[in-house]
Design a protein around this ligand. Structure first.
Ligand SMILES: [Zn+2]
Length: 135
């Protein structure tokens, strides 16, 4: 059981959702095409000289659902723009306070499984101790 708990803890540490793609497209599910209203999703492509470029592309264009005319947008340019605009809004004491309290809330919620693992660990240690005593 101890090993299983350790395994589980290690798994959680490298949660699969954290780095699902090679690159993190920060704005996935937050961008919508101005022409057709579909999501923009991350895509990368290699140029002739081998450099990899990253874009956000309209899903309709990607899946050829409609003939949307949205051109792919460079990832870095768009993310910088959005981050800079967000920072302008966020950089005041009241907003920061609100964000901090939300993050603290979230952290409390994410830790709900920790007491369970600690309990399991204690039980495993007691079991090991009992075995040793018996031996
Ligand atoms: Zn579109």
């Amino acid at each position: 059981m101890f090993d299983r708990v350790q395994e589980k803890l290690a798994q959680n540490r490298k949660a699969p959702a954290r780095h699902k793609a090679e690159d993190d497209y920060l704005l996935t599910t937050k961008l919508f095409c101005g022409y057709c209203g579909a999501y923009l999703c991350g895509e990368s492509g290699k140029s002739r000289n081998g450099t990899i470029h990253h874009y956000y592309k309209c899903v309709s264009v990607k899946k050829k659902r409609t003939d949307c005319k949205k051109k792919p947008v460079r990832k870095q340019w768009l993310e910088d723009l959005v981050v800079n605009e967000v920072m302008k809004v966020v950089m005041d004491d009241k907003a920061i306070e609100a964000i901090v309290s939300m993050v603290m809330d979230l952290q409390d919620r994410e830790n709900t499984s920790l007491p369970l693992y600690e309990q399991q660990l204690r039980e495993a240690e007691t079991g090991i101790q009992n075995l040793l005593n018996a031996i």
